[in-house]
Design a protein around this ligand. Structure first.
Ligand SMILES: [Zn+2]
Length: 698
C-alpha cells in the first residue's frame, strides 16, 4: 500500500516536471509578443498540448451546458467563442507540418486526425449545447446586439445546423463516420502529393540535355542530384521552382515531355501514392454528406454560404470567360505552331511545348528577355523596396526586421515588426520564401495566432507567408521571375488582411471563401506599376535602375499567354465544380477519365491540360477549395474592379480609396457578407469588364 502511494507521489512529481517543461502548457511564453518559442517545443509537447487542449475545451463546453443561469449571449455565445484556447495555441504544429514537415510531424497528423474528428463531432452534434444556442438565437431581438455580435450569433447557430445537430441520432452517427473517413482520406491525399512533389525525380545524364536552361537552374539541379546520390548528374523534382524552368527554357523536347508528364501525373502512377481511388472516395463521401444534410449535391451545400450562392452563378461566370479565353489560346497556339515550324519541329504542338514556345513567341513579339528581367528582381529588393514600399505608400506601414531577436522555426525565415502610422506594432510578420524538403508546394498565408483581444488589449496577429521562390545559386543572389514577384505581392495581400483584422470576438467569422482572394489579388496590381518597379527593380550587380525600355516591354507583354493561362485555370475550376455537382458517384468512376471527358465536351484545345489534374488537385480534394477553385476568378472580378477605383482618381496610391479599402474590406473580418462589404467600399456592384481587360480577353 505504502509503496503504491510512493509511486503515485513519484508519478505526480514526474508529470509536473513534464508539464513544466512543455512551453505550450505555460500560461505565458514570456517571449516578445508571446511568439511561440518554436525551438523549444518538441513533437511530444505538441501531442500532449493537443490532447490536453481537447480535454480542456470539452470541460469548457460542459461548463456552458451545466450553467444554471438563463442562457444569454454572454454565457453561451461569447463563452463558446472564447473556448479552446489551449487547442488553438497547440494547433500551430499543423502550420509547421505544412512549412517544415518531418516524419514525426506527419505521424502526429495521422495519429491526431481521428481523435480530432471525434472531438469536433462531439461539439458540433452536442444537442444540450445546441439547445442553449438555439435559445439565445430565438431570443436574439432581446439582447440589443451590435452588428458583429449578430453575425457571431447567426454564424454560430448556422454552423451547428450545418454540423448536423438537428439530425436523428442514427444519421448523426453516420455523419460522424463520414467526417472521420473524409479527414483521413484528405490527409492521405495530401501526404501522397507531398511525396510525389518532393520525391519523384527526372534525371538528366549530360549537360547537353539541358541546353537553354539558365545557369542558376543547372547548378541547383546538380546539387539536387548530389543530394539524392546521383552526383555528376542533374535532377529535378516536381516543385515548380525546380521543374518549371525546364518547361520554359529547355530546348530538349524529350526532357520537357518527361518533366511535364511527371508533374501532371503526380499521384497517378498506380502505385502506393496513387490518388485516383482516394479522390473518388472523397467525392463519394462528400456527396453522401450533402445528401444526409438534405442537399442534392456537395456544391449546393458548399455554395449556400458563399458570395456565389449557387452552382449556376459559378458556371455563368466561368462560361462567360471560357469562350474568349479559348479564342485567345487558339491565337497563341498559332504563334506556337509558327515558332515550331521555325525550329523545324515536326507534328502538332503538345502540352510540353507550350510554355517553351510561348516564351519564345513572347520574346520574338515583344523582344523581352525574362532572364534579363530577373537580373533586376533580387528578392530582398523586391520585398523591402517593392512589397513593403507599396504597403507604406497605401497604408503608411513600416517594417522593422527582427529575425535576430524573435524565435524562428526555420533558419531561412525572417521576422518583422509591422508598424502602423501611429508607431504602434500592429502585427508580427514572418516571410519564409525558399523551398526545402518537407515544405508543401505552392504559396500560402497563415497565422500562428490570429488577431484577438485580451481584455481591452488587441493582441497582434502573428502572420506567416510561405512560398517556394527561386533560391540564391553560386554567387548569384535569389533572382526572381515575374511570376514569383507576383506571388510575393499576392501572399502579402493576404498578410495585410490578417494584419488589419480588428474584431472583438475570437469566434467572429472570416470572409467568405470566394471573397478571400480579393485582398491578395488586388495587391498584385501594384507589382509592375512603373513607379513601383523603378523603386525595387535594380540590377543585382550594378544597382542600375531597370531601364524604361524594359519597363515598357514588361507592360506590353504582360497580357501575352493569358489565353493559355486562363484556359488552364478555368479547366481546373470546371472539373472541381463538375465533380462536386455529381448526384451519383459510380463505384468504378475513374476521376482522370472523368476529367478528360468533361473537358473534351467543352472543347478544350488538346494542348492544354488543367492546371492541376484531379490526382494532385489539393485545393479541391485536400480540403480548402472544394467546389471553390472558381473563387480566384470570382474574386478577380472584384480585384480588377477595385483597382480601377484607384486608377479612376489618377493616383494608384490615392489615400482616400486606400483608407476605404482598409476600413471596409481589410479590417472587419466577415462581419458583413462580401457583397455588402464590397458595396460599402465601391458604392456599387462589381463589373466584369475590368477582369476581361486585365487578361487581354476583351
Ligand atoms: Zn491566395
Amino acid at each position: 500500500m505504502k509503496k503504491r502511494i510512493l509511486l503515485a507521489v513519484a508519478l505526480t512529481v514526474f508529470c509536473t516536471a513534464a508539464l513544466a517543461q512543455n512551453p505550450l502548457l505555460q500560461r505565458r511564453y514570456g517571449t516578445p509578443y508571446e511568439i511561440p518559442p518554436f525551438e523549444k517545443i518538441t513533437v511530444d509537447n505538441y501531442r500532449e498540448a493537443m490532447l490536453k487542449g481537447m480535454e480542456q475545451e470539452k470541460a469548457e463546453i460542459q461548463a456552458i451546458i451545466d450553467n444554471k443561469e438563463t442562457p444569454n449571449f454572454q454565457n453561451v455565445i461569447v463563452a463558446l467563442s472564447e473556448s479552446g484556447d489551449l487547442l488553438s495555441k497547440a494547433g500551430i504544429w499543423s502550420n509547421l507540418n505544412s512549412a517544415s514537415s518531418t516524419p514525426e510531424l506527419q505521424a502526429l497528423a495521422r495519429e491526431l486526425s481521428p481523435i480530432r474528428s471525434a472531438h469536433s463531432s462531439w461539439i458540433s452534434m452536442n444537442k444540450p449545447l445546441f439547445d442553449k444556442i438555439k435559445y439565445v438565437y430565438d431570443h436574439r431581438d432581446e439582447y440589443n446586439l451590435n452588428k458583429e455580435e449578430k453575425t457571431l450569433l447567426d454564424r454560430t447557430y448556422q454552423s451547428y445546423v450545418k454540423g448536423g445537430v438537428l439530425l436523428s441520432p442514427d444519421k448523426q452517427k453516420e455523419l460522424a463516420a463520414i467526417n472521420l473517413e473524409l479527414s483521413n482520406l484528405q490527409l492521405q491525399f495530401s501526404q501522397n502529393l507531398k511525396h510525389d512533389t518532393n520525391q519523384t525525380y527526372v534525371i538528366a545524364n549530360s549537360l547537353k540535355e539541358l541546353e537553354g536552361l539558365p545557369q542558376a537552374n543547372i547548378e541547383l539541379a546538380a546539387k539536387l542530384a548530389e543530394k539524392i546520390g546521383q552526383k555528376g548528374k542533374w535532377a529535378f523534382n516536381m516543385q515548380r521552382a525546380s521543374c518549371n524552368p525546364v518547361l520554359q527554357y529547355c530546348k530538349n523536347r524529350e526532357l520537357r515531355k518527361k518533366v511535364y508528364l511527371m508533374y501532371n501525373d503526380r499521384c497517378n502512377h498506380n502505385d502506393e501514392y496513387d490518388n485516383k481511388e482516394i479522390a473518388r472516395k472523397i467525392i463519394d463521401l462528400r456527396l453522401k454528406k450533402a445528401n444526409l444534410m438534405g442537399y442534392k449535391n456537395f456544391a449546393e451545400m458548399q455554395l449556400k454560404d458563399r458570395m456565389a450562392e449557387n452552382a449556376k452563378n459559378v458556371y455563368d461566370l466561368l462560361d462567360q470567360i471560357w469562350a474568349p479565353a479559348v479564342a485567345k489560346a487558339n491565337e497563341e497556339l498559332a504563334d506556337i505552331k509558327a515558332m515550331m515550324k521555325k525550329d523545324k519541329v515536326k507534328g502538332q504542338p503538345q502540352p510540353w511545348d507550350y510554355m517553351y514556345y510561348l516564351d519564345k513567341a513572347k520574346k520574338a513579339k515583344f523582344d523581352i528577355d525574362e532572364a534579363l528581367v530577373s537580373e533586376y528582381l533580387e528578392i530582398n529588393n523586391v520585398q523591402k523596396n517593392g512589397v513593403f514600399y507599396v504597403a507604406n505608400k497605401l497604408y503608411g506601414l513600416n517594417f522593422r526586421e527582427r529575425t535576430e531577436d524573435y524565435p524562428v522555426y526555420e533558419a531561412t525565415a525572417k521576422s518583422w515588426d509591422v508598424i502602423d502610422r501611429d508607431g504602434n506594432v500592429i502585427a508580427i510578420y514572418y516571410s519564409d520564401y525558399f523551398p526545402r524538403d518537407g515544405k508543401n508546394a505552392g504559396a500560402w498565408n497563415t497565422t500562428f495566432r490570429g488577431q484577438r483581444y485580451d481584455g481591452a488589449q488587441r493582441l497582434q496577429p502573428i502572420v506567416l507567408n510561405c512560398c517556394n521562390l527561386a533560391m540564391p545559386s553560386g554567387d548569384r543572389p535569389a533572382l526572381q521571375t515575374i511570376d514569383n514577384v507576383t506571388t510575393m505581392f499576392h501572399e502579402f495581400g493576404h498578410a495585410l488582411h490578417s494584419f488589419f483584422r480588428n474584431v472583438k470576438y475570437r469566434g467572429t467569422p472570416g470572409v467568405e471563401r470566394d471573397f478571400v482572394e480579393l485582398p491578395s489579388q488586388v495587391n498584385e496590381h501594384w507589382a509592375f506599376e512603373p513607379e513601383v518597379l523603378r523603386n525595387y527593380a535594380k540590377h543585382y550587380k550594378t544597382g542600375e535602375v531597370i531601364p524604361q525600355e524594359l519597363v515598357d516591354k514588361i507592360e506590353a507583354s504582360s497580357k501575352y499567354g493569358q489565353g493559355f493561362a486562363t484556359v488552364e485555370y478555368l479547366a481546373a475550376s470546371l472539373v472541381d465544380m463538375d465533380l462536386h455537382c455529381l448526384e451519383e458517384v459510380p463505384a468504378d468512376l475513374d476521376v482522370m477519365k472523368f476529367q478528360a471527358e468533361k473537358l473534351a465536351e467543352r472543347g478544350i484545345p488538346k494542348q492544354i491540360l488543367p492546371r492541376y489534374s484531379v490526382t494532385n488537385f489539393s485545393h479541391s480534394l485536400g480540403g480548402g477549395y472544394s467546389a471553390g477553385y472558381y473563387s480566384y476568378i470570382w474574386a478577380e472580378v472584384l480585384d480588377c474592379d477595385a483597382f480601377k477605383a484607384y486608377q479612376e482618381t489618377g493616383d494608384i496610391f490615392n489615400q482616400e480609396v486606400a483608407e476605404r479599402f482598409r476600413k471596409y474590406i481589410l479590417s472587419p473580418g466577415g462581419i458583413d457578407k462580401g457583397s455588402v462589404m464590397y458595396h460599402n467600399f465601391r458604392g456599387r456592384e462589381p463589373k466584369v469588364d475590368g477582369l476581361l481587360e486585365n487578361r487581354g480577353l476583351k
